[in-house]
Design a protein around this ligand. Structure first.
Ligand code: SF4
Length: 93
């Protein structure tokens, strides 16, 4: 499975039309009820996640910045005995 973000972005762009058509199909043409769709998505998700090792990838940690509410920032700062500004800086707010 690809974990290189450049490859994943390129693949996502190449498959955009196909993905859009699939989404339209599921939303408007698929005859399965919502519970059956959820069940199938859950099964597919379990199969995919079984082959993924986030600790070997860590792209989320490099690419995604967390967002914190003011309350969360204040709780983190109090917990760690830090100034709230440290967590505002880390969250990119
Ligand atoms: S860290 Fe896990 S969830 Fe994040 S991009 Fe990598 S495999 Fe996907």
């Amino acid at each position: 499975m690809a974990v290189d973000l450049i490859q994943i972005r390129a693949l996502a762009e190449r498959k955009e039309e196909e993905n859009w058509k699939f989404r339209q199909f599921v939303k408007f043409e698929c005859k399965l009820d919502e519970k059956e769709i959820d069940r199938q998505v859950w099964e597919a998700t379990k199969r995919v996640w079984a082959g993924i090792d986030c600790t070997a990838c860590a792209n989320c940690c490099r690419e995604v910045r967390p967002t914190f509410s003011e309350e969360e920032v204040n709780r983190l700062a109090a917990l760690r005995n830090d100034a709230p500004a440290v967590y505002w800086y880390l969250s990119g707010a």
